[in-house]
Structures are given as C-alpha cells and as structure tokens.
Design a protein. Sequence first.
Length: 450
Amino acid sequence: MNFVLAKHLIKRNFFNLFVLRKIGVLMELERIVEKTMNFINSDGDVFGQKIKVISYDIEKNNVEIGEEKETIGIGVRVFEGKKQGFSFTNNINFLEECVRTAYKVLNVSREREDFDSLPSPKKIKKRNLVDNSLYSISSEDLMDFSIDMIQSCEESGGTPSSGSTNLTYQEEAISTSTGINLSQKYATLFGYISSIYKDNDVSTGFDFNIMRKTFDFKEIGKKAAYKAKETSNAKKIESMYSEVILEPEAVSSLLSNTFISHLYAESVDKDRSYLKGKIGEKISNLTMIDDGTIDYGVGTSDFDGDGNPTKKNVILEDGILKQYLYDDFYAKKFGVESTGNSDRDYKSLPSIGTTNFIIDGKKIEGIKKGFVIHELRGAHTANPISGDFSVEISSGFYINNGEKIHPIKHGMITGNIFELLANVKGVHGELKDTGGLITPSIVCEVKVIG
C-alpha cells in the first residue's frame, strides 16, 4: 500500500469536502433550539442534535477515501391537552415551518389518554462525558489510526479484509415549555478490523474498540490477526447439551436481541414482557445495573431525551428483579420516578433505552469440558418476545480438561434466554465494554448443534 499517496489523496479530499460543504450553520445549537421554542404557542419541547462524523473505510490492506459528514437536526413536539404533534427538520432555515407542521399533525391526531405532562426541571449533575483528548484528533490522525490497524494486523500474521475507523462529535440541547433548558456534548472514537488467515483452510477473526477516550489501534489489528489464526483448521462437532462460556461479544449480541427490551416499562405495559409482574422474583444468578453516570462511559450523559437526569439503576441484584427502566411518560403512568432512560434523536419521539448496561455475578474459574464461544452470528433472528434463539457460532473452541482442544465450525446454539439466565452458573474473566453493554463472559448450559 502506498501510504504517502493515500495521505495526500485523503487530505485533498477532506479539503474539498470542507470547501464544498454547504455553509449555513453559524448559530450555536442552544440558540437554534431557543429560536425554535419561540415559535411554539402551547405546551411543547424542542430537541436539537448536531452530529459530525469523520470516518475511513478499510478494504483489504488499503485505506479508502475518507468522509466527513455534519448534520444538524431539530425535533419539535407540541401539545394541546392530551393531543400531540411531532415534526422534525435538518434545515435550520425552516424552523418556523417545522413548528407549523407539528401543529398540523396535532390537529389530526388522536388523544393519548395516558399522557400527563412534560417533565419539570430537575437538578442535573455534570458528568465526565468525554476525555478532551478526542477534540484534538484530526482527520489525518484518524487515517493514521487506520494504517496502524492494518500494519499491526499484517505484522501479526493476518491479512486485513475490511475495517473502519470513525470519530463522532455529538451535541444535544433540549428546551421545554415547563422550563427545562439543557445542553451537553461528547465524542466517541471507534476502530474495527477483520482479518483472514490461510492455512489448510481460510479462517477469519475481528476485533474492535469503542470509547470516549483514546486507545491503542495497533492492539486491535494484533488481536484480529491472532483470532483469525487461532480459529484455523476448525473441526465439526457433535450435537449435545453442554456447558459453555459465552464471551462478552456473544453475550452482548444475544441479550441485546432477546432480553433487554423485556426490562422496558413500555414492554411491560403492552404485555410484551416476560418479566411483567416478576418484581421481587429471582430470575437469574446475575447482577445487572444500568448506569448513565459512569465516567467516560459510551452511554453516559448528563440528562436523557426527556431532560431528566441520568441515574445508576440496579435492575437485577443477585438475580432478583428490582425494577424496570422508565422514561418520563411511563414513569408517570406507573406512578414512579423516571430512571433517566429516555432515548431520543431529533427524528424520533422519546422511547426507552439503556445507557451503560453492566452485567456481573459470582466469579468462577471456567469449565472442564464444553465450549467457549467468542462470537455469534444471526442473533437478530431470535424471537424478541418469547426469548427463543437458534444462532450460529461464528467463532469458538471445544474444551476438554479445562484446555482449548480445537476450534469448531458449523455449530449453533439453541435455547431460550430466560431459561439460560435462570441457569447461569457464574461469570468468568474481565468486564469488556462491547459498546454500551459491559459484561464478563457468562458460564451456562445450552444445546450445541453440530
């Protein structure tokens, strides 16, 4: 790869993007939100979002031309009694028109009988949202990070196949007719690379990192190459019920698609949650905490999409279900305080989501015989209501006498997430942040299909 030429082309491309990009946003986001709020003559709120993304794609061992995008968007909600209208725009020259459209929607909407009121101002504590070092990273620095991953992967015996790096700067502001006026900003750094290893067959491996502070991109390339090499010459396995170690990436993909939504008060209210009516019951051996306050967490913020403060919420304590997650609407409906879990962007109405979702439990050494599963493929096909899953093992090992014997191929695991969680034996290894879900490996028993 001609890195000197790549640098020249990418620097020139970013210069062209800067010159050609439409200029029109000179006002601060807070000013834009305030200006929009002045057009509202009833109860309502305005949510503003500014996102700037610098990114590079990696194809094989080449850094492709980079891209820089910036978006400013405004979402408007207006209320009259229990009727609501919503509209959004990413053109700040049409703020008044956006508000008018929201009122047009309100005029044809049905009453939402459960609506009570918008939230009132609360005390907001400033959190450590981002390490300021991210604000000094240039587009050329990000390209250098991409090159670091490629070179480290190759030096470790791997062949890069694809990857990406991106740096996202984000600002949010909210203003309401009840007196909330808040703003926050943060940045997130991401790197990913996939590697190929050729021996008697072709095997693949990938690694990634996402943080609100700087990290070592060379380590990502090194780990991806190691994972690809480690899983070469995989062997078929027999079907059996077996102990397995689900590593953090596997835990994250499985729980995100089968379990997390059952903790949402909306799911409980609409009879879509297996956990309805189970407060105080033991459903697992794990502890689960949703914490939007931890320093530099990928999901940390000062306030949520409603303008309420984020919190540390214990969901499961030693396996006992303590509470659900609420935004402002469902907190008022259930007669409780919001847990600070309103998720929102300028294009959408508030909904419930997680912040930094942390899993922990009793530490155990591992297993003597069974499988360790690094990654799963197809978890999105699981049934989010019943919790049933049947997903492919994309990377894993057979274990005997506590040692890795050989990698496995063409395997699947099948079962039900609630049965799996009820029979978790413990956790293994260190916590890993997979992008907002922070977990160790989980030791459990499932049916493995060869």
